[in-house]
Ligand binder design. Structure first.
Ligand SMILES: *Cc1c(COP(=O)(O)O)cnc(C)c1O
Length: 397
């Protein structure tokens, strides 16, 4: 049997395994020195001042909405083309979510659409915005920040798809995803299909020292032992619960894996870009791909093509052992979100995109032979198997 090619896959080396077993022999399985080491190394990698490691990307998002005071009556904007967690976090904190449609060229949140939403609503209606660097394409946060500032919105950058990515700002500088220059907070996930695997894991980066302290407190029950923060100091045993926090901690074992993976993060992104270039060249003029602005440092969590008969292509690839995937079913069309009042037809660009999108295998250990197999099957499908415009109407019925 031929080896199945998934759309994404972790990349584990002997060094990674050694790093994890080392923590198992150490004094700490959780809350030891490796968590801070990983935080420091990750902050350096993305160019942010502070990083807080947590149990996964979703808890990272939830802590962000908590420290930004999302509560009943708080309205926040995100994109429908994302993983549900980008919207759910606002609901966890008791707020309301609203969506802005996507730009059909890039599948990213459409900044002009956001502007129209803000202009149409009474001032103060919206409190924040959660842009998502979908597929690894960094949103231009400089432009979005300008708009957000005009309307007093905070910004959480969902950078789960884009560690190692950057956009170029109006000064010509590369702005790395998660560097804290324009977003108040940025979040990452270390689920195995993402760039860096911890098994489960997440990270929040920021340049804001107050948010940083609050995040650390809420990550572990709102409890502190820090003498400077205590209201009294009766003895060494003493600690205080100062906020209603959570147990959103990550373990040393997971951080050891993350830290070891981080050493290869740059290499991984470079390989992803190489794979993307090869897809781009193979598909040029034959298969529709997402647009990419000049100078943008795409991190390629996903490589997306768009075809009219997506289901047929999906099934065909699957029959050939190639497990492509669909990212994403628009969040507002989920049964739960429909209960909140959203419905089909509300965001036509997102819905149209969903009808045609397909994520192809994209991960650093994808071999040239495997990629050739993927490319050949797709070209075979679009040029030979599926010619919908040439099929007589009668036969299609
Ligand atoms: C994966 C992902 C999340 C959630 O991360 P988990 O670690 O799975 O909780 C949030 N947003 C986006 C865009 C993601 O891709």
């Amino acid at each position: 049997m031929r080896k199945i090619i998934p759309y994404g896959r972790q990349w584990i080396t002997d060094e990674d395994i050694q790093a994890v077993t080392d923590t198992l022999r150490s004094d700490w399985l959780t809350q030891g020195p490796v968590v801070e080491e990983f935080e420091q190394a990750f902050a350096d990698y993305v160019g942010a001042k502070y990083a807080v490691a947590v149990s996964n990307g979703t808890t990272a998002l939830h802590l962000c909405t908590e420290v930004l005071w999302v509560q009943e009556g708080t309205k926040v904007i995100t994109t429908p083309i994302t993983f549900a967690a980008s919207a759910n976090c606002v609901l966890y904190s008791g707020g309301d979510i609203d969506f802005a449609d996507i730009d059909p060229e890039t599948a990213l949140i459409d900044i002009d659409y956001v502007r129209q939403m803000l202009e149409a609503a009474p001032m103060g209606t919206y409190s924040g915005i959660i842009p998502v660097n979908f597929a690894g394409y960094p949103v231009n946060l400089e432009k979005l920040h300008e708009l957000a500032n005009e309307y007093g919105l905070w910004m959480i950058e969902d950078a789960c798809h884009s560690p190692g990515g950057y956009f170029v700002d109006s000064q010509g500088d590369e702005v790395r995803c998660g560097n804290g220059q324009y977003a108040d907070l940025s979040i990452f996930s270390f689920h195995p299909v993402k760039h860096i695997a911890c098994g489960e894991g997440g990270m929040i980066t920021t340049n804001n020292p107050h948010l940083y302290e609050k995040l650390r407190l809420l990550r572990t029950h709102g409890i502190t032992k820090n003498a400077e923060q205590l209201t009294q100091t009766p003895g060494k045993w003493y600690y205080e619960m100062q906020e209603l926090g959570y147990n959103y901690r990550i373990t040393d074992m997971q951080c050891a894996l993350g830290l070891s993976q981080l050493k290869r993060a740059h290499e991984g992104v470079e390989r992803r870009r190489e794979i993307a270039v090869k897809y781009d060249e193979a598909f040029y003029g034959q298969v529709r791909t997402l647009a990419l602005e000049e100078g943008v440092g795409h991190a390629y969590h996903l490589y997306v093509i768009q075809v009219e008969n997506r289901k047929e292509l999906y099934d065909y690839l699957r029959s050939q052992g190639i497990y492509a995937q669909v990212h994403y079913i628009p969040v507002h069309t989920m049964p739960y979100y429909k209960k909140l009042g959203f419905r089909e037809g509300m965001y036509p660009n997102a819905e149209q995109y969903y009808e045609q999108c397909l994520s192809l295998p994209m991960f650093p250990t994808l071999t040239d032979e495997e990629q050739d197999r993927v490319i050949n099957h797709i070209l075979e499908f679009v040029n030979e198997i599926s010619k919908p415009t040439q099929v007589p109407q009668l036969m299609r019925a």
